[in-house]
Design a protein around this ligand. Structure first.
Ligand SMILES: *Cc1c(COP(=O)(O)O)cnc(C)c1O
Length: 347
């Protein structure tokens, strides 16, 4: 691996971060706070929140078996993705390599930051080879993006190939595990110790049922996390979100229950979906959604919209011609989808 200094943009490496009132004094013991120009009324929302969210990180750390210093919390995983570009990729010079198809946000963030985005097409089984990713890279490749289970295909990427890439690529490898709570395979969090170039992304938006609070997590070496902390907005996670996430950490049993029932629903829905006349193929999945090839994705999508049922039309995505991406809902929601599609007639 290149050193972090070699990988980081020189201006970011040299940056002295903004120091907020809460950074300069973060002790709890004081009782009179006249340092941040806050309003003394309207407790508790009058006070700026903890910029580094220590209370929440201390709850997350033991569950994820990492140190609090190895956690970055962002306004969704999307903030962590954007900060990876801003920290490591020189606009107009550096590039990143990613699998295709995958989550669209990597490419959007690359474009926003004026960073070249190189695609490596998955094979027909939606798998990739470390060799192909490395062949697409050059001296100026700073980051590689993998998503496992992958969106929109649903499958886990081949673990051996991910490990091979971590061994052989001298930049940073980001493994987006937004859906790993639904998968039987172990998280790559356990590989952080062995691979200083690994960044794992997870989120409260899917299995944790908290898309509205906007909370994403990045796990990496404390040195990488320190760089992200240096460039984030000082108070990027608001108090209400921190408080709600702390509450959710105490409801872990509830999350496990949701996952279990969604996996049961998934089996059932996929089995019934396969029998539909408009279904050509249901792809295997490790997530809370599945990809299905249908007779006419556009027409079926419009038909469902008309019935008030929204799925995701992925027909214009590489390798996904005539494919719909279907999220697992509650039993009644899934039944409504199936009932509507049983009534659907191809032209
Ligand atoms: C949904 C999703 C996320 C979550 O993004 P948030 O900003 O945390 O809501 C991240 N990565 C992938 C691949 C996703 O599908």
């Amino acid at each position: 691996m290149r050193t972090l200094e070699e990988l980081t943009r020189p201006n970011i490496w040299a940056l002295k971060p903004y120091s907020s009132a809460r950074d300069e004094y973060s002790g709890k013991e004081a009782s009179v706070f006249l340092d941040a120009n806050e309003n003394p009324y309207n407790t508790p929302n009058n006070r700026y929140p903890d910029p580094l969210q220590w209370e929440l990180k201390k709850k997350i750390a033991p569950v994820k078996k990492v140190l609090p210093e190895q956690i970055f919390l962002g306004n969704g995983s999307d903030e962590a993705i954007d900060l990876m570009f801003r920290a490591f990729c020189r606009p107009g010079i550096d590039n990143v390599v990613a699998i295709e198809p995958t989550y669209g946000m990597y490419q959007v963030c690359a474009a926003v930051n004026d960073v070249e985005y190189r695609n490596v097409r998955l094979d027909v089984n939606f798998q990739f080879k470390a060799d192909d990713m490395l062949a697409a890279a050059d001296m100026d490749t700073k980051l590689m993006f993998l998503c496992s289970p992958n969106n929109p295909t649903g499958n886990n990427l081949d673990r051996k190939e991910i490990l091979s890439l971590l061994e052989r690529f001298d930049g940073l490898v980001i493994v987006d595990e937004a859906y790993s709570d639904f998968s039987d395979e172990p998280s790559f969090l356990s590989e952080l110790e062995l691979h200083p170039n690994l960044v794992v992304l997870q989120t409260f938006s899917k299995a944790w049922g908290c898309a509205a609070i906007r909370l994403g997590m990045a796990f990496a070496s404390s040195d990488i996390i320190a760089i992200l902390n240096k460039i984030k907005y000082p108070y990027n996670i608001n108090r209400l979100t921190q408080e709600e996430a702390i509450r959710m950490m105490e409801q872990y049993y509830q999350v496990r229950q949701w996952v279990k029932s969604l996996l049961e629903e998934r089996t059932q829905l996929m089995e019934e979906f396969r029998k539909l006349e408009c279904c050509r193929k249901v792809y295997p999945t490790d997530a809370n959604f599945f990809l299905a090839e249908v007779t006419d994705a556009k027409r079926i999508y419009d038909y469902l919209v008309d019935k008030g049922i929204i799925v995701r039309n992925r027909t214009n995505v590489a390798l996904c011609h005539n494919c719909l991406r279907i999220t697992i809902g509650t039993r009644p929601e899934n039944d409504m989808l199936l009932e509507a599609l049983r009534q659907y007639k191809d032209l």
